[in-house]
Design a protein around this ligand. Sequence first.
Ligand code: ROI
Length: 148
Amino acid sequence: MNTVFIALGSNLDNPVYHVEKGITDIHHLPETEVIKESSLHKSKPVGPQNQPDYINAVIKIITNYEPLPLLDVLQDIENKHHRKRAERWGPRTLDLDILMYNDLIINHERLVIPHPEMINREFVLIPLKEITNYDFIIPKYGKLLQYI
Ligand code: ROI
């Protein structure tokens, strides 16, 4: 089994529903279990401000999916939530980002792990802090607490 952290975000069409349903959908993936969930955090949009506030959360899962197959099934879940990929930085019904996968450092054209923006985003760092220990280490970047 592999330990993976995933960030969830939504700011359209009942965001609380989409984030909670996203967590349930991930829990229902084969050979996958959600073992920790942060609370739901409301946050101002990073990037263009002319969009609704976000609901964000971070979860810890264990899974048998390898990184790219996991990305595929997470994108299937996003699509099921009618996510439209039209606008970069724009509003979305459900965004699922793989933050970390075991201690792996991956630089693939479809997938960079640890997520390169995670250390700059409070809407990821604060919920991540909620579900990890005070000395938690982000692979490649070091102690989580130095970024908060
Ligand atoms: N801003 C917040 N607060 N939360 C997000 O999940 C989020 N996602 C994004 C951008 C547009 C960068 N801004 C965000 O993709």
